[in-house]
Design a protein around this ligand. Structure first.
Ligand code: ADP
Ligand code: ADP
Length: 231
């Protein structure tokens, strides 16, 4: 699904140039659930943003589902991103003025899905995520765990090839965090490809492989053979 080779990303501010990714190579197969860990500033967000086609590298190769995308323009990336990638963020990123149903419907509107089909797909996904009874609620009327479930529903409604999660439990208490991790585990078991950035080695245990970065490079990798399915 993802083949990254010798990826370099630098940021230039007035005086200094920071190397965020230092010739990083990584492959992720379809159906994997990969955690990306490492200290603050090691390049996790930069990597996730490039994988998610939000940003482009300075050099190196990135093949997304067989397509070389490293040199894509913003417009090309945006088209591919909307059709193929679902995002889950630490702070949920829901729109407070829209209710649950409308938040989840939004990516389908962006993807120009006809209204009848939108209705069916939103309904189905809200039921699958167990949040259908909150369809008319607004985000601020929900607990953090519920809001993150809505965010997961929004990420899934377009049937993306890849789900990216950036610290998905970072703003949740441990019970809600566990529920979100169980939800991601369920999606993984049903075939989803997931890449998650996390500080939590507890959460990383839910994934099938853990990749650790330091100073923009991968310093270790291990697969979770005794993966926790249900806690
Ligand atoms: P992490 O997500 O692991 O905390 P980041 O990918 O955010 O790491 O950052 C990697 C490095 O790149 C850090 O040194 C950070 O300060 C720097 N960096 C990230 N974004 C920018 C930016 N927009 N401008 C300048 N430097 C940046
Ligand atoms: P559930 O039992 O579905 O897991 P919770 O126990 O998190 O839900 O919340 C119980 C009820 O309180 C829900 O109807 C939820 O919408 C509401 N609720 C939770 N947090 C808040 C909040 N900060 N403001 C308003 N209502 C909230």
């Amino acid at each position: 699904m993802i083949v990254i080779k010798d990826l370099v990303k630098t940021y230039r501010t007035e005086e200094v140039e920071t190397t965020a990714l230092n010739s990083l190579s990584l492959e992720v197969q379809k159906g994997e659930f990969v955690s990306i860990m490492g200290a603050s500033g090691c390049g996790k967000s930069t990597l996730l943003n490039i994988i998610g086609l939000l940003d482009a590298p300075n050099s190196g190769s990135y093949q997304f589902d067989g397509e070389e995308v490293a040199k894509y323009t913003e417009k090309e990336r945006s088209g591919l991103r909307k059709a193929n990638i679902g995002f889950v963020f630490q702070n949920f990123n829901l729109i407070d003025e829209l209710n649950v149903y409308e938040n989840v419907e939004l990516p389908l509107i962006y993807n120009k899905v006809p209204s009848k089909e939108r209705k069916e797909r939103v309904k189905l996904i809200l039921e699958r995520i167990g949040i259908a009874h909150r369809a008319k609620h607004f985000p601020l009327q929900l607990s953090g765990g519920q809001q993150q479930r809505v965010a997961v529903a929004r990420a899934l409604v377009t049937n993306p090839k890849l789900i990216l999660a950036d610290e998905p439990t970072g703003n949740l208490d441990s019970k809600s965090g566990n529920e979100v991790m169980e939800l991601l585990t369920e999606l993984h078991q049903s075939g989803a490809t997931i890449i998650m950035v996390t500080h939590s080695s507890y959460d990383a245990q839910f994934s099938s492989r853990v990749v650790t970065l330091k100073d923009g490079e991968i310093i270790s990798e291990h697969s979770n053979e005794n993966k926790m399915d249900i806690l």
